[in-house]
Write a protein that binds this ligand. Structure first.
Ligand code: ATP
Length: 266
């Protein structure tokens, strides 16, 4: 592993760039398996809402359904945010999509062009995946708790590009002047905080139009793949208030819930 002397994480720099630093508790970790796993464990120990784990070298980053997330020190940003929803709120449906809106807002605010979202949880630009989101939820004492993990490629080392079956991309190709990872992290946390406040008040419904405006498959024929089930083909015509994908199929409008499915161009 090459040491990151060029752009090291610095808690003071991050805190100074946060709109509301008191809402976060940041931990910078040199090496861990997965920041989501770390914060899911921290939930059991009573870690507060706003706990953030950012890691330089994630050795077993996770995507959905046991898939891996590859990262490289210095060239990636991998972090997770723990969020405790107030008692009485329903399960946070559509939170992966909402988090995608927050990431897009933050990247665009920093000058990134052409950021798109792929249902349910990918960040793309020019058809290449430059980021992923993994939302995992637990309940405790009648409250829903989410751990929102985000991985972004700032640059794309050849070893990662070659290890992936999909086409990956990186921020340096969509941002002429990439910010330091400290400022990028702060911008993402600022965007997540304001979005989570909105989400708590009104759910994903109020964010759906913003998500749809960036939907890379809007109006396109897509195929939904699920293990042990026949693929479903249809035209991507929207998302509902819970973040489910709406597909216009030969058999009528189908509502596809994320979880165990993958979306591909048809
Ligand atoms: P799909 O797009 O097939 O539905 P997914 O949404 O289930 O995939 P995620 O959980 O978002 O996948 O992320 C895991 C997948 O992302 C991996 O299987 C791999 O294809 C891809 N991946 C892993 N690391 C990176 C990376 N650094 N950059 C881009 N893509 C990556």
């Amino acid at each position: 592993m090459r040491a990151n002397t060029a752009d090291p994480f610095n808690a003071d720099v991050i805190a100074a760039a946060l709109d509301k630093p008191a809402r976060f508790r940041l931990e910078i970790i040199d090496r861990c398996e997965s920041t989501n796993t770390l914060l899911l464990d921290a939930v059991q120990q009573g870690a507060p809402s706003g706990s953030v784990a950012v890691c330089e070298a994630q050795t077993a980053g996770r995507g959905r359904r046991g898939r891996g997330w590859l990262s490289a020190p210095a060239d990636s940003l991998t972090f997770s945010l723990l969020w405790r929803f107030p008692p009485g709120l329903p399960a946070p449906a559509g939170l992966s999509l909402a988090a995608g809106v927050a990431v897009a807002r933050a990247l665009e605010g920093l000058g990134a062009a052409g950021i798109g979202l792929k249902w349910p949880n990918d960040i793309l630009a020019d058809g290449a995946k430059l980021g992923g989101i993994l939302v995992e939820t637990v309940t405790a004492g009648g409250c829903h708790i989410a751990v929102i993990g985000i991985g972004l490629n700032l640059r794309l080392p050849r070893a990662i590009a070659e290890a992936l079956e999909i086409r990956a991309g990186s921020l340096d190709s969509v941002m002429p002047h990439a910010p330091s990872r400290n400022l990028l992290l702060a911008a993402l946390l600022n965007a997540l905080l304001s979005l989570l406040d909105e989400f708590e008040r009104a759910g994903f419904a109020v964010l759906a139009d913003e998500w749809l405006a960036r939907n890379v498959h809007a109006g396109q024929l897509v195929r939904i793949l699920a293990e042990g089930a026949a693929p479903v083909e249809g035209r991507s015509v929207g998302v509902d208030a819970d973040g489910a994908l709406l597909l216009d199929t030969e058999a009528g409008l189908r509502r596809i819930v994320s979880g165990d499915v993958s979306l591909r161009p048809a």
